[in-house]
Design a protein around this ligand. Structure first.
Ligand code: GDP
Length: 464
């Protein structure tokens, strides 16, 4: 629960805990300059006589004693990250000295900042929308290129401006609708009604496009639970290592050596795969291996993407066929990898037909040599980014709540479109458009409840 008085001036260390070249203490609130006067002495002119947003070198004081020297940058209200008067005070990045610098700022009058408080203040002061604030959190957490690209695009306002555009169009429609309702004598005419219908249909189409980005957004942000499966020795571990770009799983030519499941994240084809390397699937009497095989089958049912590896240098055996039959029952996306492409191809036309009855997505590859990796990446991109979205410049959604709001907005606008086509009364259409607009705004975090806002910022850590 958020309890901080918004008028208080708060401070926290914004750089990671631990040793570093420098550490930065962020201070935000109306008393920032006053607090700095007590704990930072610039070389030369006082801080308040310097232009804002310039780096000023000076001494950091605690209880009147110099504890370190550092750089202070003071931002004026309205032109800072939080929208309030704000400062970034850097000191040397030792664990002890950083704590002392923060304590000195507290002693001078600042209060400890809560989790995500700087970003929360930025949102409250209108410096960013809630979805942009959420994206700041995503960007900080991003551990792959695609995640960082998508979050950075959202921080820069890709989603907010796409929603804003639809918002403005719908507002214009409502103005026209309510004018028609309030002044029925000034008939809007068929031309006016056609225009309203056109904008409502276009807005519905734009929302439809936006909600369809969810599959890609979620695949990038949360990752796709991926299972690599196949009978022993087809090259699962080799493929796993190839995708991760490092040696993780044990590769041997003794069947059944991968007995447990491993898990890792990889940026593949612009999508985050949460990879599970499973024990080779086959009939076995070995007790430990049996547990692994059962676990592999149970992982198959949880998977969102199954990469089924087949050794293309030999014919399908009973284990391959059983696995292929199991795949048919799964609702996950599927790719079949014809591995060992460096050896002679042995699969018959019938065998290939049998495999293709499971999925149209197949790739020939040599996990040993690394050939075909790009084709596999492309195939994964095709499945999870059908629309060919550019993560850094296109608007993308990735939260289930956003998707739900956009679904409702779409259904409402489709209802409004049908009502207009059927010649229903305009006031009924106006009400539905208004509800659609409210849902649309919710997708960008406008007009959402305090509980939702609290939930978002509680996931941030102190200093962000
Ligand atoms: P897993 O049991 O399915 O995990 O298979 P491994 O990745 O452990 O590989 C089994 C054996 O096949 C090892 O000797 C690998 O070097 C070999 N292997 C894997 N991929 C290829 C490939 O693309 N071409 C060839 N020629 N050998 C491969």
């Amino acid at each position: 629960m958020y309890t901080k008085n918004l008028f208080s001036t708060v401070a926290a260390v914004s750089t990671p805990r631990g040793k570093g070249g420098i550490a930065v203490v962020r201070i935000s609130g109306a008393d920032t300059a006053k607090i700095l006067e007590k704990c930072f002495v610039p070389k030369g002119k006082p801080l308040t006589e310097r232009p804002y947003r310039t780096a000023v070198y000076g001494d950091i004081l605690s209880g009147g004693k110099i504890i370190d020297s550092g750089i202070c940058t003071l931002y004026e209200e309205g032109r800072s990250f939080t929208g309030e008067m704000m400062a970034e005070l850097s000191c040397h990045g030792g664990v002890f000295i950083t704590r002392e610098a923060l304590e000195a700022v507290f002693a001078a009058g600042a209060e400890p900042a809560g989790p995500g408080e700087f970003t929360r203040r930025a949102f409250i002061n209108g410096k960013m929308s809630l979805s942009e604030a959420e994206a700041v959190g995503q960007l900080i957490d991003a551990d792959t290129k695609s995640r960082a690209e998508m979050a950075s695009g959202a921080v820069r306002g890709n989603l907010t401006s796409a929603i804003g555009e639809i918002d403005r169009e719908l507002l214009d429609v409502m103005t026209a609708l309510y004018a028609a309702i309030d002044y029925p004598e000034e008939d809007v005419g068929t031309e006016g009604e056609d225009e309203i219908l056109r904008v409502v249909s276009e807005s519905a189409r734009a929302i439809d496009g936006l909600r369809k980005t969810y599959k890609t957004g979620r695949a990038v942000a949360d990752g796709v639970k991926t299972v690599i499966c196949g009978r022993p020795n087809v090259g699962k571990s080799s493929l796993y290592n190839l995708l991760l770009g490092e040696e993780r799983a044990i590769v041997t030519d003794v069947a059944g050596t991968t007995r447990d499941t491993l898990e890792d994240t990889a940026d593949v084809g612009g999508v985050t795969l949460r990879l599970l390397d499973t024990a080779g699937i086959r009939d076995t009497d070995d007790k430990v291996e049996k547990i692994g095989v059962e676990r592999a089958y149970s992982k198959l049912s949880e998977a969102e993407l199954i990469i089924c590896v087949i050794d293309s240098s030999s014919h399908l055996d009973g284990d391959d066929r059983e696995l292929i039959d199991r795949l048919k029952e799964s609702s996950a996306e599927k790719i079949v990898v014809f591995n060992k492409d460096d050896l002679d191809f042995a699969l018959s036309g019938d065998e290939i037909g049998h495999i293709k009855s499971v999925t149209p997505h197949t790739v020939a590859l040599s996990a040993l040599r690394g050939d075909g990796k790009a084709a596999l990446e492309e195939e994964i991109g095709k499945i999870f980014n059908e629309g060919g979205l550019d993560l850094s410049s296109d608007a993308v959604i990735w939260s289930a709540a956003q998707r739900a709001s956009l679904d409702r907005a779409y259904d409402l606008l489709e209802g409004a479109r049908r009502a207009l086509e059927d010649g229903s009364p305009l006031d009924a259409v106006g009400v539905v458009c208004e509800e659609a607009l409210a849902e649309l705004r919710m997708a960008d975090g406008r007009d959402v409840s305090d509980d939702i806002i609290d939930g978002i910022f509680s996931k941030f850590c102190v200093g962000k």
